[in-house]
Design a protein around this ligand. Structure first.
Ligand code: MN
Length: 240
């Protein structure tokens, strides 16, 4: 099982969740929202070869935490995985748009300098703006659009740009998310929970509840669950 975008450090009891994930054999991309959270979050992965920790600076925090960019730069050489990063065009965050753009472009530039990064990207209400920048910094590595919520035309552009997608139970519960996932290239999709932020039936999604994703995709893709599981595991291998 795979959860390729999860905020492990933000569950009420992260150590217990991490242990539970290890017991269940889950492969996890544990993303962070600030560079200063990196060390503590990475310590949750101690003793697990399946938990990867990503270095991030969330767009919703860009205006408060841009002072942590020098720390980001210092940590980046040891972080193959980067996230959560991106842009957020929600009215609540548009006020800080210029800071968001400055932070995201700085991060992309540094990733492109080093190359070979694997990035988990937030693009809520800012898909075109995110894709414009992905097009400019193609040398940075693999871009995984997490919880993609753009239009079908934007999806086609993302596919052309070589983007990957992480999809979760909350996204696939709605018709729009289902239509998008149906059109995504199967060889570039991995499951995610986006827990504890993402909720299903009012409760934060737990990392192992990404088990649902294979079932949801099997009906959208008209493949058996076993088949989908195999595809998702092959995809994971390519990202490791
Ligand atoms: Mn997230």
């Amino acid at each position: 099982m795979i959860d390729f975008h999860c905020h492990l450090d933000l569950y009420p009891d992260p150590v217990e969740i991490a242990n539970d994930c290890e017991r269940r054999g889950l492969h996890i991309l544990s993303v962070t929202n600030t560079p200063s959270a990196w060390h503590g979050t990475r310590s949750l992965a101690t003793g697990s070869s399946r938990i990867l920790t990503a270095l991030g600076l969330h767009p919703q925090l860009a205006h408060e935490r841009e002072g942590e960019l020098p720390l980001f730069d210092r940590l980046l050489p040891q972080a193959k995985y980067v996230g959560e990063v991106g842009l957020d065009g929600d009215p609540e965050y548009l006020r800080h748009w210029s800071q968001q753009v400055a932070v995201f472009e700085h991060i992309l530039e540094k990733c492109a300098e080093l190359g070979d990064r694997c990035m988990s990207i937030h693009s809520r209400r800012a898909t075109t703006e995110v894709l414009d920048r992905i097009a400019r910094f193609q040398g940075a590595g693999v871009f995984i659009l997490h919880w993609f919520s753009g239009g079908l035309g934007e999806l086609d552009r993302a596919i052309e740009l070589g983007c990957w997608f992480s999809v979760g139970p909350a996204m696939l519960a709605g018709k729009k998310g289902q239509a998008l996932a149906t059109r995504m290239p199967r060889e570039r999709v991995v499951p995610e929970s986006d827990g504890p932020f993402a909720r299903v039936k009012g409760k934060p999604v737990l990392p192992w509840e990404t088990e649902l994703v294979a079932t949801q995709l099997s009906s959208l893709w008209s493949l058996s669950v076993d088949n989908v599981d195999r595809i998702l595991m092959d995809n994971l291998e390519k990202l490791l």
